[in-house]
Ligand binder design. Structure first.
Ligand code: AMP
Ligand code: ZN
Length: 492
C-alpha cells in the first residue's frame, strides 16, 4: 500500500516542508483546500517537560503559525498520554505514570493531572499557541478498544498471555517511514525479547494486568482487564478528531522508528487508507553530545531557566537559532547571547517609538526586502536561522539610521509594524514586551524636551529633567542611536 504522491506545481510563495515519509522537501498542499489537520504527539505526564521536549513543541508552533500566516485554517490536536507509556519500547517494564505516582505517594490520576497542568503552563509561558483539543488517553479507552477489535476482525492481531499484539508481518509496508528493512529488528525490540511474540517487531495493542499486580488505571476489555498500548492511543485519538487521513503528524525524531511506525501500521491496517500525508519531525536538543532525556538525568526544565531570571523569550529565540532538522546543543552561554539579541529587538522598538526626524527614502525598500528575505527563509522548510539573520540585519540597519539621521513618525511606525508582523511567526512576544515597557505620554514629552535642551547646549536644563525623570521612576541612557528610557526596576 503506497499512497503518497509528491506535489509538483511549485511557485515562489509555496510553503515547502520536509516530509520524513518521502525524504524530500515538498510543497505543502492540504487535503481539503484551506483547512489543515494537524496531530502532535503530546507529553507523557509523569514528570515535567524538559527544554528538549519543548523545542519540539516550539517548532510545531512555528509550523502552525506559518500555515496560519499563509491563510490556512489550522485544526491542531495534541494528545496527553496519561496511561500506558511503558519504560521500555518493547512493551515490557512499568507504566511511567503509575511508577511516578508511587514515587510521589499519590494516585496515578493525581500525578497525571499535576504534570498535565504543569505542561499547559509551560507551553503558555513559551508563547506556544494552545492546540484546539487536548484529548486524554484515559478518556478514550472505548475508542481504543473498538480500534483493536477492528484490527482483530481484519486478522491483524493475536493474543498472548500478556496482551493483544499487532502482527507486523501482515502489514506489507511496515517500516516505510524510516526505510527499515523488514528483517531488521527495531532498537527497542532488541532489549527484552518476548518469546510469545511472533516477530520481535510486533507490538502491544492492549496489555493485560498481570495477575498479582495491582494497577490503579485499568479497564475491562474483551480480552481481559488491562490498559491500552501507547501507540494505539495516538491512532485512535488522531482518527477520532481528524478522520482517517490527516495532513500533518508531528513529533520528535525519537518517535520515528517505533511509535510513529506502529501508528502508521495499525491505522492503515484498520482503514485501508493513508493515515498521514506529511510527517514532520523535530531533531533533538542535546547536552554534551547526548540527547537531553529524563532517563539520562541530563535535563533542564523551564522553571530552571526562569529561576535563573532569563526572559523565557530568550529560550524561544535560542530554539530558533538552529534549524529544526538539526540537533541543537544547549549551553547557558547560547541563552545569554539570545537574551542580548532579544533585548536588542525590544530596544529598537523602544527607540523608534521615540523617533523624531525625517523619513528616509531608502527605508521602504529596506522593509520590503527584509520581509521577502524572512518569508523566503520560512517558506523554505521553516529556515528560522536564516529568517533571524534577515531580522537582525534589519535591526542593525535601523540602529544605524537612528544614529546617523533618525527616522520620521511614519517610518518609525512601519519599522515596528514589520517587526510585529514577523513576530507572528517567531512568537517572541515583541508586542507584549513593548506594551509592558510602554512609557506614558508625559514622560515621553519630558524626554523630547531634554533632547531639545541637549541640542541647544542647555545642559543644566537637561540634567534637571533627567533628575525629575529619576524621581518618577525612569532612567534615560544616551546611546549612539538616541535616548533609551527604562523604568527603574522595583525592589523585590
Ligand atoms: P515524551 O513526553 O517523552 O513523549 O516527549 C515529548 C516530545 O518531545 C516528543 O515529541 C519527543 O519526540 C520529543 N523529545 C524527546 N526528547 C527530546 C529532545 N532531547 N529534544 C527534542 N525533542 C525531544
Ligand atoms: Zn503519539
Amino acid at each position: 500500500m503506497a499512497f503518497h504522491t509528491v506535489s509538483s506545481n511549485t511557485g515562489p510563495d509555496d510553503l515547502k516542508v520536509y516530509n520524513t515519509l518521502t525524504r524530500t522537501k515538498e510543497t505543502f498542499v492540504p487535503l481539503d483546500g484551506r483547512r489543515v489537520k494537524i496531530y502532535a504527539c503530546g507529553p507523557t505526564v509523569y514528570d515535567y517537560a524538559h527544554i528538549g521536549n519543548l523545542r519540539t513543541y516550539v517548532f510545531e508552533d512555528v509550523l502552525r503559525r506559518t500555515l496560519e500566516l499563509k491563510g490556512y485554517e489550522v485544526f491542531h490536536i495534541m494528545n496527553v498520554t496519561d496511561v500506558g507509556h511503558l519504560t521500555s519500547d518493547a512493551d515490557t517494564g512499568e507504566d511511567r505514570v503509575e511508577m511516578s505516582a508511587s514515587r510521589r505517594g499519590e494516585s496515578a490520576w493525581k500525578t497525571a493531572e499535576f504534570f498535565a497542568e504543569a505542561f499547559f503552563k509551560d507551553i503558555g509561558t513559551l508563547n506556544i499557541k494552545r492546540p484546539h483539543v487536548f484529548p486524554r488517553a484515559t478518556q478514550h479507552i472505548s475508542e481504543m478498544i473498538e480500534l483493536v477489535q477492528r484490527l482483530e476482525r481484519k486478522g491483524f492481531t493475536y493474543v498472548t498471555s500478556d496482551g493483544v499484539y499487532f502482527d507486523t508481518s501482515r502489514f506489507e509496508n511496515y517500516g516505510e517511514l524510516t526505510g527499515q528493512e523488514a528483517e531488521t529488528l527495531l532498537p527497542g525490540a532488541r532489549i527484552e525479547p518476548n518469546p510469545e511474540k511472533r516477530n520481535p517487531r510486533d507490538f502491544a495493542l492492549w496489555k493485560l494486568t498481570p495477575s498479582g499486580v495491582a494497577r490503579q488505571m485499568e479497564w475491562d476489555s474483551p480480552w481481559g482487564r488491562g490498559f491500552p498500548g501507547w501507540h494505539i492511543e495516538c491512532s485512535s485519538m488522531a482518527m477520532k478528531y481528524l478522520g482517517d487521513t490527516m495532513d500533518i503528524h508531528c513529533g520528535g525524531v525519537d518517535h520515528m522508528p517505533i511509535h510513529h511506525t506502529n501508528e502508521i501500521a495499525q491505522s492503515e491496517a484498520a482503514t485501508g487508507k493513508e493515515f498521514v500525508r506529511h510527517w514532520f519531525h523535530c531533531n533533538h536538543m542535546i547536552v554534551e553530545g547526548e540527547r537531553m532525556a529524563k532517563s539520562l538525568g541530563n535535563f533542564i526544565t523551564l522553571s530552571e531557566v526562569v529561576a535563573k531570571e532569563y526572559p523565557t523569550q530568550a529560550l524561544r529565540l535560542t530554539y530558533l537559532t538552529s534549524h529544526y532538522r538539526s540537533q541543537q546543543n544547549f549551553t547557558w552561554r547560547s541563552l545569554d547571547a539570545s537574551q542580548k539579541n532579544w533585548e536588542s529587538l525590544v530596544g529598537v522598538l523602544q527607540r523608534v517609538a521615540l523617533a523624531g526626524g525625517e523619513d528616509d527614502a531608502g527605508l521602504d525598500e529596506l522593509i520590503e526586502s527584509t520581509r521577502l528575505r524572512f518569508l523566503d527563509a520560512i517558506y523554505d522548510d521553516l529556515n528560522t536561522p536564516k529568517a533571524l539573520a534577515a531580522v537582525f540585519t534589519f535591526v542593525k540597519e535601523v540602529n544605524k539610521l537612528l544614529a546617523e539621521r533618525g527616522v520620521g513618525r511614519k517610518g518609525a511606525q512601519r519599522i515596528s509594524n514589520l517587526l510585529v508582523e514577523l513576530d507572528q511567526i517567531l512568537g517572541l512576544g515583541l508586542n507584549e514586551a513593548i506594551e509592558d515597557r510602554r512609557i506614558p505620554g508625559e514622560i515621553l514629552d519630558m524626554i523630547v524636551r531634554r533632547e531639545e535642551a541637549r541640542r541647544n547646549g542647555e545642559y543644566g536644563v537637561a540634567d534637571d529633567i533627567r533628575a525629575e525623570l529619576g524621581k518618577r521612576g525612569y532612567i534615560v541612557e544616551d546611546t549612539l542611536e538616541g535616548p533609551l528610557v527604562k523604568r527603574v526596576p522595583k525592589p523585590p
